[in-house]
Ligand binder design. Structure first.
Ligand code: PMP
Length: 370
């Protein structure tokens, strides 16, 4: 019998055995020929997964917050105006982060469960000249999903660099970075990319790199400065040894395996699979007569679902019963709001995992109500 539960939180997630094997393989030198090939190939595969054929990929040791930090540190100079479109917890984080680099931040926020309207964003963009706009594609705290295509188009129309926080969306939700005109698409390894926590990943457009090269002040973050990292990414892609800070060798090996698997599945098939699983899970939620946090079905993510606890349930007790039934789900992330739980359904997740999760929740509900 497998001695572990099924991990169905919105990251970290269940990982493919092939990925875990690569992580556990003997560590090589960061300048060994096989590692140089692995790193170079991973950078190239990122362009396929991000759908950004001319973008500049970065693979750096760290978490998703570092990926957010990299975009902020390298693209903001003191006094620049930045617009943060916030749909929850991680939007607030981006506003704080950009202020640290001296940005004048304007934040437009939505109520819990709602998106910020595209018209509202356009009204703000019309009123002032911003250098940067950030938004959370899928807000992991609520499962609300924004429309990146419409925001990319606004960025182009108003000459603003757009940064998509895709920590809970890249490789799960449809993103066509280059076609949609998005300047930075960032993520972390532990979600739909399918590698244990430890990598900050992003692809920057040519326009973003141009903005970086035209800075008049140095980047005030030493570790994150693209001046340090760009030559390293370029060297690995040219299959040459280089060093700035020791790369996470095993994580990059695991990343290559996962990106190969994602590319082999194909992006269209992958988007469709995530949608199918999200639809299956949401149908079960309807059957239980519970409500999801996103107010519109069309704005609810395919990578996770947040569900309000019914009034007759003690949320913690219910969640513990689901865990006892073998499936780990997450609680809410927003404090002081009505209670809810979250289920992640992204990455290596398969149909059996979705059915096992639905069965465990069903079982817990019956136990709570008996
Ligand atoms: N943005 C979003 C949308 C996230 O879901 C998360 C993590 N849950 C982060 C940023 C931060 O990533 P990390 O925890 O890896 O630093």
């Amino acid at each position: 019998m497998k001695g572990r539960s099924l991990l169905m939180i919105p990251g970290p997630i269940e990982f493919e055995p092939e990925v875990l094997r690569a992580l556990g393989a003997p560590t090589t030198s960061h300048v060994a020929p096989n590692f140089i090939e692995t790193f170079g190939n991973s950078l190239e595969l990122m362009r396929t997964v991000w759908m950004a054929p001319t973008g500049q990929p970065f693979i750096i040791s760290g978490s998703g917050t570092l990926a957010m930090d990299l975009a902020g540190a390298n693209l903001i100079q003191p006094g620049d105006k930045a617009l943060v479109v916030s749909t929850g917890y991680f939007g607030e984080r981006y506003a704080n982060l950009l202020s640290r680099y001296g940005a004048q931040v304007t934040i437009v926020s939505a109520e819990m469960g709602h998106v910020v309207g595209i018209d509202e964003i356009e009204t703000v963009l019309k009123a002032d000249q911003y250098k940067l706009l950030t938004f959370t594609h899928v807000d992991t705290s609520t499962g609300v999903r924004m429309d990146p295509q419409a925001i990319g188009a606004l960025g182009k129309k108003y000459g603003v660099l757009t940064v998509l926080d895709g920590v809970c969306s890249v490789a799960g939700e449809e993103i066509r970075q280059e076609e949609w005109g998005l300047d930075v698409v960032l993520t972390a390894s532990q979600k739909a990319i399918g590698v244990p926590p430890g990598l900050a990943l992003l692809v920057a457009s040519q326009a973003a790199m141009k903005a970086f090269h035209s800075r008049s002040t140095p980047v005030s973050n030493y570790y994150g400065d693209w001046s340090n990292w760009l030559p390293i990414m370029e060297a690995y892609e040219a299959r040459k040894p280089s060093y700035f800070a020791t790369p996470p060798v095993n994580h990059v090996a695991a990343l290559e395996v996962s990106l190969e698997m994602i590319a082999a599945e194909g992006m269209e098939a992958r988007f469709a699979r995530h949608k199918e699983f999200a639809d299956t899970f949401r149908s079960a939620v309807k059957g239980w007569d519970m409500s999801i946090v996103p107010r519109e079905e069309s704005n609810s993510a395919n990578t996770l679902t947040a569900v309000y606890y019914p009034e007759d349930l003690d949320g913690n007790d219910f969640r513990m019963k689901v865990v006892k039934a073998g499936v780990i789900i997450a609680g809410g992330l927003l404090k002081g709001k009505p209670g809810y739980f979250r289920v992640g359904h992204m990455g290596a997740v398969n149909r059996n995992d979705i059915h096992a999760t639905i069965t465990a929740i069903d079982h817990a509900l019956k136990q709570c109500r008996s």
